[in-house]
Design a protein around this ligand. Structure first.
Ligand code: KIV
Ligand code: ZN
Length: 496
């Protein structure tokens, strides 16, 4: 029989602590509903005592979401627990997540206390929470660096006090997988009442091992994973939901399953990235822009013969329509032929050879080759059916309202428009929209400096959506506003 692994999502609590990623209550409700659709078992909606905003969010999420358990975080302090109980009053299924530091460094320096007193405080907190709510999860903060014998003693005591779930956090992301797995095995072997509770793990990614540590814990008997979407969270983040869930789905030998509707993973990832204004790195496992994009000639050739040569997951299973073969100077004839056939061109091997040489010359200059470029290579006269930027003028500053004027060549005809906006980029994009007349959503906007000096080239990536489909645009320029408008136009050209 396969083991059910419970998914405890803490995007709205640990994930939302990230500076600049705060969500308002309306946004939190939107996220909570998306998490419910995704199929998570528990939503940690906030830390009610920490602020009136967090309190309100727990109340509103409790009202909006019915299937998952709604959980509220507390310290092992009565006032925190009272606040959490009140915030959870409307939740259909509710849980208190209370706990205290378990490592000597926390006990000595954070609490200036002793192991005995801290253990007693943890037990008291569980007993107190139990008076109001049946489902009480206890966390032993910094368990990753705690002494295993003391940790086992603490866990046994809180289970006796009524804890239904015992959470073992690697708060500082210090453990390595073999060690963290052994910690869970140790608790399974040395806590006499362990069968009365579910073991949960909560890992941080300071050394890039949150996912590996979580899976090692599952291999040693953990049955709940605390995770966030896109791995957002304190410092280097938390264990990411998409990675751990897809590991469990892909590696059947783990003999486990989750309730996650994996086809909702990608849309949920996009939602979090947009609302938290936190771009997902292109090479991020499962949800990054390149996660299913094959670019080298050898790989593309293999994929065209049989997907299993280089693909261990079906992109559809995570909500991505299909994998893609990016055309760059490293692509081979087979990928070029694949794209030409897709555009309706059937070539003989000799014709393909000729086009391939032209393609390589263009790819060396242009880096990314799009459908328009292929049509141009094939001699089609549609290269003027694109949008080109002819002129950009921007006025901005404080306290001026940003204004932008753009002149575009659309289908070979020059047109000009002016718009105001919240900033120069908003104004310029609005002016472009007025000319193009398409309903386009901006899903992601990312500026990067290439080397870091103030006279540096800015690279801009945008992700825009049109009729539910995402398109990417890219441009580089020493002027980031020009690069932004060019990247936006690059995306628009793909729609057209
Ligand atoms: O990292 C941590 O230890 C936590 C606890 C509150 C579970 O976030
Ligand atoms: Zn944490």
């Amino acid at each position: 029989m396969k083991n059910k692994i419970y998914i405890f999502d803490t995007t709205l609590r640990d994930g939302e602590q990230v500076p600049g990623c705060q969500l308002n209550t309306v946004e939190k409700i939107e996220v909570a509903k998306a998490l419910e659709e995704l199929g998570v078992d528990v939503i940690e909606a906030g830390f009610p005592i920490s602020s009136p905003g967090d309190f309100k969010s727990v109340v509103e999420v409790s009202k909006a979401v019915k299937e998952p358990i709604i959980c509220a975080l507390t310290r092992a302090v009565k006032g925190d627990i009272d606040s959490a109980v009140e915030a959870l009053q409307f939740a259909k299924h509710k849980r208190i997540h209370t706990g205290i530091g378990a490592s000597d460094v926390h006990i000595e320096y954070k609490f200036r206390s002793t192991r005995e007193k801290i253990l007693a405080q943890g037990v008291e907190a569980v007993k107190y929470a139990k008076k109001f709510i049946e489902d009480v999860e206890f966390y032993a903060e910094d368990a990753g660096r705690a002494d295993n014998a003391y940790l086992a003693q603490m866990i046994e005591a809180v289970i006796d006090a009524g804890a239904t779930v015992v959470n073992i956090p690697d708060t500082t992301g210090y453990c390595i997988p073999s060690e963290f797995g052994e910690k869970i095995a140790y608790l399974n072997a040395h806590v006499s009442n362990i069968s009365k509770a579910i073991i949960s793990v909560h890992c941080h990614n300071d050394l890039g091992m949150a996912t590996a540590n979580t899976i090692a814990a599952v291999q040693n008997g953990a049955r709940q994973m605390q995770v966030t979407i896109n791995g957002v969270g304190e410092r280097a983040g938390n264990t990411s939901l998409e990675e751990t869930v897809m590991i469990i789905k892909t590696r059947k030998d783990l003999n486990a399953y989750t309730n996650i509707n994996t086809r909702k993973i990608y849309p949920t990832s996009r939602l979090i990235s947009r609302l938290m204004r936190m771009p997902v790195q292109a090479n991020k496992a499962i949800v990054g822009r390149n996660a299913f994009a094959h670019s080298s000639g050898i790989h593309q050739n293999g994929i065209l013969k049989n997907k299993f040569t280089y693909e261990i997951m079906d992109p559809k299973n995570v909500g991505i329509k299909s994998s893609s073969l990016a055309l760059t100077a490293r692509s081979g004839r087979s990928a070029l032929n694949h794209h030409l056939e897709r555009l309706g061109h059937k070539l003989t091997p000799a014709e393909l050879d000729i086009i391939y040489q032209k393609f390589l010359t263009l790819a060396d200059k242009k880096k990314d080759i799009n459908d328009d470029d292929l049509r141009f290579l094939m001699g089609e006269k549609n290269n003027d059916a694109t949008i080109k930027m002819q002129l950009l003028e921007v006025i901005c500053g404080t306290p001026l309202k940003a204004m932008a004027t753009v002149q575009l060549s659309i289908n070979g005809k020059d047109q000009t428009s002016t718009a105001g906006g919240n900033g120069p980029i908003d104004a310029a994009f609005k002016a472009v929209n007025q000319l193009v007349g398409k309903k386009v959503g901006l899903e992601e906007y990312l500026v990067q400096a290439i080397t870091g000096g103030i006279d540096d080239i800015g690279k801009v990536h945008v992700q825009i959506s049109h009729k539910g489909v995402s398109y990417y645009g890219f441009a580089a320029d020493t002027d980031v506003i020009t690069a932004s408008v060019k990247a936006y136009i690059d995306g628009l050209n793909k729609i057209i």
